[in-house]
Design a protein. Sequence first.
Length: 231
Amino acid sequence: MEGIVVRDLKKTYGSGERLVKALDGVSFEIAQGEFTVILGPSGSGKSTLLNLLGGMDRATDGTAEVFGKDVTKYTSRQLVDYRRRDIGFVFQFYNLMPNLTARENVAIARCEGSMDELAALKEVGLSERANNFPSQLSGGEQQRVSIARAIVKKPPLLLCDEPTGALDSKTGRRILALLKNLQNEIGTTVVIVTHNAKLAQVADKVILLSDGKIADIQTNPTPAEAGDIEW
Ligand SMILES: Nc1ncnc2c1ncn2[C@@H]1O[C@H](COP(=O)(O)OP(=O)(O)OP(=O)(O)O)[C@@H](O)[C@H]1O
Ligand SMILES: [Mg+2]
């Protein structure tokens, strides 16, 4: 299976005077099984890029091949299958269903070959809160439920938008360790978007975004263990 090849990807919002070039011709490659951190200031296009890779939104121009297929050419129907089958997505603002418990929120993402939903909640340290509703959980706990939901199907591509944004350093390190484990044990390709430059220490590849453009791409021959990084 191939990795990710993005070529001259563009996304504009609005039109005329109010045209926003959220992504202005972005190109990069990510190898299968690589752990990538996308860094950039607020408004630089990080979430936009992740949404395009995850088939949540449509590109304006350019191509984005994921595992050998250009997702920008998918029909709506193909995008549904792609999101369900290939993608685990951790949303910046969790997107949990308020009327479902933690366990039920994770269970709805299961598919053939999935982990048990309680096993996924255990992975994120939330076994004891399985029957709580999102409103009964802290921000960090809701974030961990959303991570459990993303990993339960052991997706080949895991896309995480600020996965540690609401977490203290101890829980954040633990979540990073969990993501690194998925990479090592099942070969998951992991892409994390964050404005926290410290997370770059664990990455194989770091992509810097600025104003919708690539400012720099660095590869790290010796990524740190999650437990060893300064926060
Ligand atoms: N639906 C939308 N309609 C119009 N403009 C949008 C929309 N979504 C994003 N933008 C604009 O596109 C640009 C990139 O936004 P994006 O959400 O990708 O940034 P980001 O890097 O994720 O920022 P943050 O770190 O604050 O989450 C911003 O200027 C934003 O205002
Ligand atoms: Mg964002």
